[in-house]
Design a protein around this ligand. Structure first.
Ligand SMILES: O=C(CO)COP(=O)(O)O
Length: 134
């Protein structure tokens, strides 16, 4: 876990200027470290194992999150692995771009779509709910 945090902080340091132009939210420890180390303003949610991943998933379902940067560790199982899986499922469902490591995060943050409008296709939740009620 700590290795990933170190990688994430190193990555965020390189992208600090770009990140500072966006509204940032993060799980407990991550957001705190970003604020302490880089002075970035980050809305802090609960720590991941305490429900933070689920809170971020809820933001996705509410269509209040545009990009997910999530450096998860392929070597360490987490007590909240089901929450991580649920978060990644919601990101896939809602067509949210996800970066899982520094290289993919580099690609995402250097995309012209970060500052241009992008017509994102998302599931028609109302039609889906309607189909289940008839
Ligand atoms: O557990 C996390 C992601 O699954 C992150 O939580 P913290 O930012 O509190 O370490």
């Amino acid at each position: 876990m700590m290795v990933k945090k170190t990688e994430m902080l190193a990555w965020a340091t390189r992208w600090k200027d770009t990140l500072s132009q966006h509204e940032l939210i993060g799980t407990g420890t991550t957001s705190e470290r970003l604020t302490t180390a880089l002075g970035l303003e980050v809305e802090g949610l609960m720590s991941g194992p305490l429900g933070g991943d689920q809170q971020i998933g809820a933001r996705i379902a509410e269509q209040r999150l545009d990009v997910l940067i999530f450096f998860w560790d392929p070597f360490s199982p987490q007590p909240h692995d089901p929450d991580v899986k649920a978060l990644l499922r919601l990101a896939a469902l809602w067509n949210v771009p996800v970066a899982c490591n520094a290289a993919s995060a580099d690609f995402l943050l250097s995309s012209p779509y970060l500052s241009e409008s992008y017509d994102m296709s998302i599931p028609d939740a109302a039609a889906w709910a309607q189909a289940r009620t008839v």
